[in-house]
Design a protein around this ligand. Sequence first.
Ligand SMILES: [Zn+2]
Length: 588
Amino acid sequence: MCLIADSTVQQVREYSDIVGVISEYVTLKKRGRNFIGLCPFHSEKTPSFTVSPEKQIFHCFGCHESGDLISFVQKVDSLTFVEAVTVIAQRAGIVVEETRGSASQYHTDFDTIRDMLALLLAKYQTFLAESGPTVSYLADRGVLKDSFEMFQLGFSPSSFDAASFLKKEGASDDIIDRTGVFYRTDQGQFRSRFSGRLIFPVLDYQRRVTGFGGRVMQSGNSDRSVAKYVNSQESRLFNKRKLLYGIGLAKPAIKKAGFAILMEGYMDVLMAHQFGFAHSVGVMGTALTKEQVQLIKRFTDTVYLAFDNDQAGQMAMQKSYQVLAPFGMTVKCLSMSEKDPADILLAHDADYFQGLIDQAVPVLDRLIETSVNALPNREIDTVSKCLGQLLDVVKLNPSKVVQDHYVGILAQELEIDREIILAQIRKTRYNVVSSLKFSKKDHTSKYLKAASFLAYVSATDQSYRESLRSKLEGIDFIDPDYVKLMGIIIGSDLYNQALYDEIEDDELKKKYGALLIEGEQVFTKVNVTQQIDECIGVLKEYYVSKRREEIKVAIREIEKTGKDTEQILMLLNELKELKSSREQLNYG
Ligand SMILES: [Zn+2]
């Protein structure tokens, strides 16, 4: 069942700029015929993520993730197939044609909601321009006109009936509900969450509106029960776990600076941009999530935390480190004198803030320093508890060099023998590694190598496939996936990428993608016919030794249970034949 017309999917499949699209997520460098970069799907320091423009396939040698352009976009942005096709189509200027039917409803709704949010934002912006008190409030807070235009700030007057406005624009009640902007009264009427509030639109990295943050404005309102900030209702569109405030604007600056500055509030990010720190983004009042780290990781692997200096800020810092470290991110923190970045920038200037950035220290240094300073005494129980907590954080860093460095510091600071700390960290180190879930299959064994060579040449070359068709009888391809894959390859008239699209099973698809890219790096194109014969020999040898073992076991079983001499004789005969065919293989 496809929600988009086949013709659109076809055009997207034929769109050949895989390098261009992936470059928006991963910095790619040309290496030979391929491009390489740091894998967005696992944590690594040296690039093993490979994109083949010829084969239109990507593959990671570290985590063995692979696929075509559509599956890349699906995975990296957590999109459905239809959504990924749409994203690529829009980028490539391909007109998305939809097939009729209720199934496509969901997709169009999604676009309608986005359109409605954009209309609402335009309206809010107009209101802000007309609202004297709100404009002077912003001016008092030091926000320049350029900044609030750049961040598309708006205002929602209490008199504005946003639901009626959207209805006039053609939105159904269901769509209005799903904008996340309203709650319903007991009588079922729509009430805007943002009435009387200054509006901060929250855009995704492609700079599309997903929802709003609203700050209470009415100065006369001293009602403490009114929240200072409210956000749109969480939805698939406004998913705070996946959004970073300001990321759309910050993207190029982060790439240029080589790091991102992470802040807490809307106003902090806006003010940082105003003072020239355009590589700043905000977490919007939630603890940093894995999804947000993955988003940052597309642009840099270094993050500076500009969090409050109080205890809550320290906790946030530690929690953020716990999410960032397993991705191999370098994490530093600013020493914040005042409460938050916006206050610091206004009280001082850009140079002062730049000084804080220059003096930023690794988060682990800061955490160790504050924990050790906070020790009430040096009794063994106290020190041991403190060590345990700090080791829990230190061991999150995937680099053993970094871990050992901090073991040294902890030994010194807590006056504990280095070996004792090392022993303690070794006990737990494996948990971290195993949590990364890398495939540990032996890809290098002689037999598997032979199987993959044969699969590779028959997947990529017509003449070899034809000559192999007659030679493959009685060959065991060892890995059940290879057995299936070989069946598909040999039975098909398609090659390379074209065949990839034909494979339906996701696991097999992955394996096929890996085969295409690993193959071209591992196998040479000299004496291919000879190599084919050698590989067939190797696989036959595998089959023979496997079968011999099976026969030996079977004979032992028969001898144990009864005396089926005829059966034993048959097996012995087969064994003899296998032995001679083995000799042929070895000396022939
Ligand atoms: Zn990877």
